[in-house]
Structure formats: C-alpha cells, structure tokens
Design a protein around this ligand. Sequence first.
Ligand code: HXC
Length: 258
Amino acid sequence: MAYETIIVEIEDHVALIKLNRPDALNALNAQLMTELCTALKDAQANDKVRCIILTGSDKAFAAGADIKMMSEKTFVDVFSEDLFGPESDAIMRVRKPIIAAVSGYALGGGCELAMMCDFIIASDTAKFGQPEINLGVMAGLGGSQRLTRFIGKSKAMDMNLTGRFMDAEEAERSGLVSRVVPVKKLMEEARSAADKIAEKSMVTVMAVKESVNRSYETTLREGLLFERRVFHSLFATEDQAEGMAAFIEKREPQFRDK
Ligand code: HXC
C-alpha cells in the first residue's frame, strides 16, 4: 500500500515503520495516525513479521499531535470524533511486539505514542516531554496516566505541569526507556533487539506481551494468577518441549510457533 506520511519496510522478520512528515517534525495528524494503524494491522496479519520497530527521524520521533490541525477545533469536534482515541486503542490491540526507536523530540502525543509501544530504545539526543500545558491543554493519549505509572508521580507531575523536556539519560534513569545508545547506533540497536525477539516462539512472545501489559490493568494478586496460568498454558505448546529439550541437548532451539 502507498503511504504518504509513513514509510514501511519489511526486512526478514522485522517491519520497520518510519514516521515521515519531516516538515512538521512528524507531528501526528489524522492521515498519519490512520496510515500508522493500517501499517500496524498489516504487520499483525503478516505471518512473516515477528517484531515491529516504530521510529522517526534523527531530529524528531514526533513533536506531538499536529497543533495546526487541532487549533480550530472546538470541544464538540474533539469530543465527537474522540480525537485519536480509536487509533490509540488500535495500536494497543497489536499483539506482536513493537519497539519504539526514539531520536530527537518525542513530545506530547509523540511521547505518548512511544509509550504505547512495548519498550523504548532512545538515542542520546532524545528529548521527551509533555508540553501540552504550554498550549492551554493537557496530555490526551497517556501522558498523565502511562507516564505516571512508568516514572512515578513526582516526575510525571513535573513534566506535565512545567512542560520541561527530559533528556535520554534522565529518561533511562527514570525507567521511561530501556536503553540509550549513540544516535548513529540507534537503528542498529533496535534492529538487533528485534532480531533477538524474532528468534523466539511467537506464541510465547505474544503471551509475554499480554502478561506484562496485564500488570498495568489489574491487582498484583490477579496479575500473578494471570501470569501463572499463562505460564502453565505454554506447556500445551510444542515450542515449550522444543525449548527445554534444546537446553538439555545443548543446542539452539528450533521454534515453530506451535
Ligand atoms: C504542528 C509542528 C509541531 C506540532 C513542530 N511543528 N511541532 N507542527 N504540530 N506539534 C512544525 C513547526 O510549526 C515548523 O513548521 C516545523 O515543524 C519545525 O518546527 P520548529 O518549531 O521551527 O523547530 P524548532 O525550533 O527546532 O523547535 C522544535 C520543537 C517545537 C521544540 C519540537 O517545534 C515545538 O515546541 N513543537 C510543539 C511541541 C508540542 O507542543 N507538542 C504537543 C502538541 S499537543 P513551520 O512550517 O511552521 O515552519 C499534543 C496533544 C496530544 O501532542 C493528545 C492528542 C489527543
């Protein structure tokens, strides 16, 4: 499919989705969000794809929702269309892992989009922020919710109330990102993480994603029970037998997603 605001490349088992509105620092408009959802749905449906990388440019992952698109809207407009609600729900429904490879600005909806991915690998030039307060609004796609759970109340309040940016080093220290690498190495690092994931059993990978995400939706007791039952259920797969046999036989496992 021909896209105008994103670039999609599928190489081996990895779908690379690159946000591509360079003149607007990859600001999220309706077309970009629709194209992104279509590309993610296609990646989910494509048996060849085992991991997805979402990235932007060196200068910006995404500088937020498109302010020019939003500036004339009224409450009734954004409420009625549920601005970016259906799109963020669709992103959260993707069951294959999504790595956000973030360089430059990840602000507002850009930071929130990165947080919708399963983990964030940042370049040393990355800057995260929820500066919506400077526009007379506030976060609308997780900046007051996911960010608070990821980095805690004090830092989330600081970011949302002052609108300040957080650099990559602070983001890693705070638990927002999993790794920081030099900007030139960002895509290599993301790719190598994706390749590692692609080697695993897809059934297990999706079970892990579901279980970790469940920890944000439920109590510890229920979450632990959910985890244990999913762990038990993986013994119904051929890949469990293969993984354990390969360990004992001191060889690499040959997973078949069964
Ligand atoms: C539309 C944007 C944009 C945005 C940048 N641009 N961010 N256009 N929406 N969010 C455009 C600029 O207008 C400009 O185009 C071009 O990109 C380059 O930006 P500059 O400002 O000239 O670059 P620079 O001086 O380097 O500053 C970079 C920046 C700044 C610090 C990232 O652009 C900035 O503060 N952007 C806004 C960040 C923000 O407030 N994000 C939150 C949005 S609200 P032109 O053609 O004008 O030169 C949001 C809500 C999410 O995300 C919830 C939705 C439900």
